[in-house]
Ligand binder design. Sequence first.
Ligand SMILES: Cc1cc2nc3c(=O)[nH]c(=O)nc-3n(C[C@H](O)[C@H](O)[C@H](O)COP(=O)(O)OP(=O)(O)OC[C@H]3O[C@@H](n4cnc5c(N)ncnc54)[C@H](O)[C@@H]3O)c2cc1C
Ligand SMILES: NC(=O)c1ccc[n+]([C@@H]2O[C@H](COP(=O)([O-])OP(=O)(O)OC[C@H]3O[C@@H](n4cnc5c(N)ncnc54)[C@H](O)[C@@H]3O)[C@@H](O)[C@H]2O)c1
Length: 477
Amino acid sequence: MVRNSSEILDVIIIGAGSAGLSALREVKKRTERFILINDGYWGTTCARVGCMPSKVLIEAANAFHYHTKLDAFGIRGAEHLSVDITQVMQRVRKLRDDFVNSTLKTTEALANRTISGRARLLGPTQVFINNQILSAKKIIIATGSRPIVPPNWQTLGKALLTTDNLFEQEKLPSSLAVIGMGPIGVELAQALSRLGIKVTGFGSHKLVGGLSDPYVNQVAVTLLSQEFPLYLGEKADLALGSKDNRLSVNAGSTTIVAEGILAALGRRPNIDDLGLETLGVPLDQHGLPPVNLATLQIADLPVFLVGDANNFSPILHEAADEGHIAGLNATRENIFCFKRRVPLNIVFSDPCIATVGSRFKLLKDREIVIGEVHFDNQGRARAAQRNKGIIRVYATAKSGQLLGAEMCAPAGEHMAHLLALAIDQSLTVWDLLRMPYYHPVLEEGLRTALRSLAAQLPERNESDLATCGAFNADALD
Ligand SMILES: Cc1cc2nc3c(=O)[nH]c(=O)nc-3n(C[C@H](O)[C@H](O)[C@H](O)COP(=O)(O)OP(=O)(O)OC[C@H]3O[C@@H](n4cnc5c(N)ncnc54)[C@H](O)[C@@H]3O)c2cc1C
Ligand SMILES: NC(=O)c1ccc[n+]([C@@H]2O[C@H](COP(=O)([O-])OP(=O)(O)OC[C@H]3O[C@@H](n4cnc5c(N)ncnc54)[C@H](O)[C@@H]3O)[C@@H](O)[C@H]2O)c1
């Protein structure tokens, strides 16, 4: 029998991932009349099967990969090093468990304010959960996303890996086709290859890792292809041999045989079966309702859609921001518009792929100037055997105001943060060139890109340190 709770809650939060927990933090400050509902495991995608375990795996892979550079430093014996995959995976899970436990503390303390189960909307103020109907003034939907797996791939059983089960593996197949070269595919294909697995990468787009600048992409593809075969531009599909039961991957004219598949085809918002159709607003072709990204409100309803579930920018800091905005707006009289942060996407490949500010594909029809640096001859990068990669920086042609950058560069994660701070502050290339650069650092490479950009701008007053030029000597720039 369905129970109809008589209590009218202030807020129901559906989904206890990073977005839901961020909303919870704000809701909790203002009311005790809330319920947090989560289906399946608690502990967030980020900590359980996302950002954190993937980064632990990548760190192990890069630590081992370093042995390929030792000989050049004059350090011998590296060929005797080997990877114990079982131990690597155990360490991934051990750290993963610590990360998950840290997130569980928040929700365990809530006791009867949490419900485990699959929630479904019955309208803008009602939720059906575990045979009962809950009513609330506001509802925050933070149901996250899941890996896309085509139906005919699901029959593969153990041979099919996604990020939902990869980190649970005790051992890994000796050969693996990584299908999809977005951020997840690139990060994991490189890491698994560096750990000694025979990886083949497939991507239906020519662009990898979320890049849109073809010049940066070309460098990224060239560098990744030096580590594992990479087939781009054709959709991959699978076939299981009828006689030998061998798994083959086909993409255009390419066919390879692999022991296992890692599907990294993208992620789908968890909005199916959620009852969004009961809200009475139009849904787009993906089933998504209209969401105001400055308020996270769905149309003018008392309902908010945040995090991966709205498919706007499925990365952690954006999910956390959206939860924060929705948590505030759901507990205030008036809805407030928030200015969103400068876009920043980092792929933890080596060299690091990153996009910051406006993407190249959105700028190419505007009047912009582009500064560029290749790291092949950059002094500090050469000293560290990290001299590979490129940064391209975009600015307005008139004033040199920084608009964005794309890169595949050593220390790219840090360069991208520096540029994000500069873009947020509406700085020009000259403003950045006026600031200090220590010597010898990788940031001098970024400065070279900025100088090449400044050289294309109208001339400046020479009494300004921003015009201090390069020595044109590898050792000094
Ligand atoms: C392998 C991988 C690596 C990543 N690496 C990075 C990275 O390095 N940096 C970065 O910024 N981002 C990264 N991301 C993305 C980041 O993890 C996500 O953007 C973020 O975790 C999304 O948080 P969320 O709260 O929207 O969703 P989630 O954390 O998935 O939370 C949603 C919750 O809602 C529950 N739920 C779903 N449907 C219902 C329902 N009907 N009723 C009740 N509960 C429901 C789910 O079970 C889940 O617990 C990575 C993702 C993956 C998969
Ligand atoms: N470091 C990070 O910040 C990080 C890391 C991992 C994931 N993420 C987030 O997770 C989201 C999902 O990442 P993702 O890489 O899974 O998705 P994605 O959508 O970015 O990339 C998936 C890729 O798979 C390709 N593809 C789809 N079907 C294919 C097929 N049959 N054959 C070959 N290629 C195929 C698509 O063309 C696409 O390029 C990202 O948007 C990102 O926001 C972020």
